[in-house]
Design a protein around this ligand. Structure first.
Ligand code: CTP
Ligand code: CA
Length: 224
């Protein structure tokens, strides 16, 4: 039995993962969004399920497929929907990994009908979406909270500020500096920053391998 448990070290643990982009409607046929493929979040979900965890995977629009009986996929479109679903499950969770590329802004007004072209210039007024991870950090109890950070300058300093602001236990800093890392890629170069601000730079590797590294940090949290 001890042997079985060592093979499934996250058996019985409940993990909520956000993935993919969010789409913020402009009108019935248009949206504000981004190029996130969702792959990083889906890879984390599969790694967690393979370790025995029960996974709630909350994903924006993506072509990724969840292929594991321990993964419950909840599809959403907008940041508000992702926020609502995360809070619906949060109280019960042991771990949260926020891998979604949530839109920071959404159109202030959503047109009921398709907007017709008229003037040469067209301005869309945007307002902030809710910061899902910030709200989860503010409500944190037992949850081990992992966020991502995408930075193009002052990477480490900005990521540390996000740890504090969002009350995180770990942040996974994405280095866009490196060829082969980031959106629409199959590889990723990340740096782990722990809540005590210790820094662990990782090698460039496949997103599956990065997912395994993240789950190793989760296992270490429960067993060390
Ligand atoms: N995040 C979130 N809800 C948002 C925006 C971001 O949950 N509305 C989460 C992301 O999933 C990620 C973390 O917050 O885990 C950091 O996202 P990032 O875009 O790097 O940072 P922001 O806080 O949005 O700040 P900025 O984009 O200005 O750097
Ligand atoms: Ca952002």
């Amino acid at each position: 039995e001890a042997d079985l448990e060592s093979k499934l070290p996250l058996k019985g643990k409940k993990i909520l993962i956000t993935a993919g982009p969010t789409y913020e409607a402009i009108d019935p046929v248009r949206f504000v969004g981004n190029h996130s493929s969702g792959k990083m979040g889906f890879d984390i979900a599969h790694s967690a399920a393979n370790l025995g965890a029960s996974v709630i995977l909350v994903s924006g629009p993506t072509h990724c497929v969840a292929n594991h009986s321990l993964i419950q996929l909840v599809k959403v479109i907008s940041a508000q929907e992702m926020y609502d679903v995360c809070h619906q499950y949060y109280a019960d969770m042991d771990v949260v990994v926020a891998a979604a590329a949530v839109a920071d802004y959404k159109p202030k007004n959503v047109a009921e009908q398709k907007i017709k072209k008229s003037d040469d210039q067209f301005v869309i007024e945007l307002e902030k979406t809710k910061d899902i991870l910030f709200s989860l950090g503010a409500a944190k109890k037992q949850q081990f909270l992992i966020g991502f950070a995408l930075e193009t300058e002052n990477e480490i300093e900005n990521a540390k500020a996000k740890i504090q602001k969002k009350n995180l236990d770990l942040i996974v800093l994405n280095s866009l500096q490196d060829e082969g890392a980031g959106f629409q890629k199959t590889t990723n170069k990340v740096t782990f920053i722990n809540k005590d601000f210790t820094i662990e730079p990782m090698e460039l590797k496949s997103k599956e391998a990065v997912a395994d590294d993240i789950l190793n940090k989760v296992i270490a949290h429960f067993y060390e």
